[in-house]
Design a protein around this ligand. Structure first.
Ligand code: PLP
Length: 455
């Protein structure tokens, strides 16, 4: 057995669920063939524990490294910090430099707080909104992390989060008294958010939303959400953890004609080093002082130093434009490969984050797993979603498209000869929580749901 798979078996005995992040569970890609661990990562390449080197055209650290793995400029900034001391009794001056930069990029904002991960940054944003308004209830759309405020949505309705990228999440361990405090609404549907505001109006502390989900929202939608928030006195929180600094420098909302009260950033902002940002209007952010929001490792120096180096490079090289180009090229490549092989494929997703799915009914699940298996044989980490990075040069994408074409042709032949199941090594990949966290193997003929989320 491969060393990584062997280690993963041990991990599952020691670590509930095996990994710290749902999206890094091998079961989501290919239960038996996906390499669970890496030894080295650089640019677009990942070396596994057996010394095999793959080009990553899959989730690319779930979008945490828009410049590519171990970017030399960000590394340099981090190594400087390591040499001069990452932690002391005093504070890191980079915190202030970063705050000034973020406020300059977002003229509507006046103050900043920091965390070290996205979910906790969202929890801080919600706490500040509640402190600022004196209200409890949150209306939200989309995925915003693992914290109680969010998971509590599933206390009143076990399926409330199913359409928010977190299918099958159990609120076990979340106090039942939080039931009803987080109310979901469907993204992009104005009547849905209007309904929530009509029902709860004056009780809403915040309306929490991403600036875009899989697609850019319909024209006027975000402006209307902003108007509704202003009218009922709720804080408008825009979660930029996936879109921010990827769709454009700063928050994607900047180009969408809205000015939120709080915007939250993580992941893309610091290229692989932990950092979370809560950026907001001065009047709202000052409410943080009326609560207790404080943590030792929110003061480390690597986070803001990495963010400063990352933002400088994203800006200097106009990286968001390059990411969109790489993503679009990959999307086109999937469609070209589908046309060549005669497979039916559908694509969705924002330009730098395209996704595809097979449109072959109950065969689609086994085809997805088999696609990953064939691409692993070609030397690629590949699944149904691609997170573009600056390190994905056109030649990488072209080579990946050629490998995809070969894999699709193999799939097409297997489909024709009815040998998909026979060629699959092991079990099907499956849905996030249903498969990765607690589920047993799926039968090869049953179609799995799409990967549950992108956290
Ligand atoms: C929109 C959004 N919000 C929140 C989170 C949670 O961030 P983290 O995984 O850093 O806790 C994610 C992670 O993918 C995200 O995409």
């Amino acid at each position: 057995m491969e060393r990584g798979q062997e280690l993963y078996r041990r991990a599952k005995k020691r670590i509930p669920g095996g990994t710290q992040l749902l999206s890094k569970r091998p079961e989501l890609f290919h239960p038996e063939r996906w390499p669970p661990y890496y030894r080295r990562a650089k640019g677009v390449q990942v070396e596994d524990l057996d010394g095999r080197v793959f080009v990553d055209i899959a989730i690319h650290a779930v979008g945490a490294c828009p410049l590519g793995y171990a970017d030399p400029d960000v590394e340099r900034a981090v190594i400087d910090v390591v040499r001069t001391g990452n932690m002391s009794s005093l504070n890191a001056p980079e915190e202030v430099e970063l705050a000034d930069l973020l406020c300059a990029l977002h003229p509507w904002a006046g103050m900043v707080r920091y965390t070290r991960s996205g979910g906790e940054a969202m929890a801080v944003a919600v706490r500040i909104a509640r402190a600022a308004t004196g209200r409890d209830r949150i209306a939200f759309s989309g995925y915003h992390g693992w914290h109680d405020w969010y998971l509590s949505a599933n206390l009143s309705d076990a399926g409330a989060l199913d359409s928010h990228l977190l299918r099958g999440a159990s609120p076990a361990g979340v106090p039942k008294t939080l039931a009803g405090t987080a109310v979901p609404f469907a993204f992009g549907d104005l009547s849905a958010v209007q309904g929530v505001v009509e029902t709860y109006g004056q009780e809403l502390a915040a309306i929490v939303i991403e600036p875009a989900r899989y697609e850019v929202p319909p024209p006027g939608y975000l402006e209307r959400v902003q108007e509704l928030a202003r009218r009922c006195g709720a804080v408008l929180v825009v979660d930029e953890i996936t879109c921010g600094f990827r769709m454009q420098l700063g928050g994607f909302h900047l180009g969408l004609g809205i000015e939120p009260d709080i915007a939250v950033f993580a992941k893309a902002i610091s290229n692989g080093y932990p950092m979370g940002v809560i950026l907001g209007r001065r009047e709202v952010m000052e409410a943080a002082q009326r609560s207790f929001i404080s943590s030792t490792y929110w003061t480390d120096r690597i986070g803001p130093a990495a963010a400063l180096a990352t933002i400088a490079k994203l800006d200097r090289l106009n990286v968001p434009v390059q990411l969109a180009k790489a993503g679009e090229r990959m999307r086109e490549g999937w469609l070209e490969a589908a046309a060549t092989s005669g497979l039916r494929v559908e694509t969705t997703g924002l330009a730098p984050l395209p996704r595809f799915s097979f449109d072959h009914g109950d065969k689609s699940g086994v085809m997805r797993t088999l696609y990953t298996q064939f691409m692993l044989e070609e030397g690629y980490l590949a699944g149904p979603a691609f997170y573009a990075s600056y390190a994905h040069e056109p030649a990488h994408i072209d080579a990946a498209v050629a490998a995809t074409e070969r894999s699709f042709v193999r799939l097409s032949k297997a489909l024709e000869s009815n040998s998909l199941d026979e060629q699959l090594q092991g079990e099907l990949a499956g849905e996030g929580l249903a498969r990765g966290a607690r589920g047993k193997g799926r039968s090869k003929t049953k179609e799995p749901q799409p990967i549950a989320n992108r956290n």
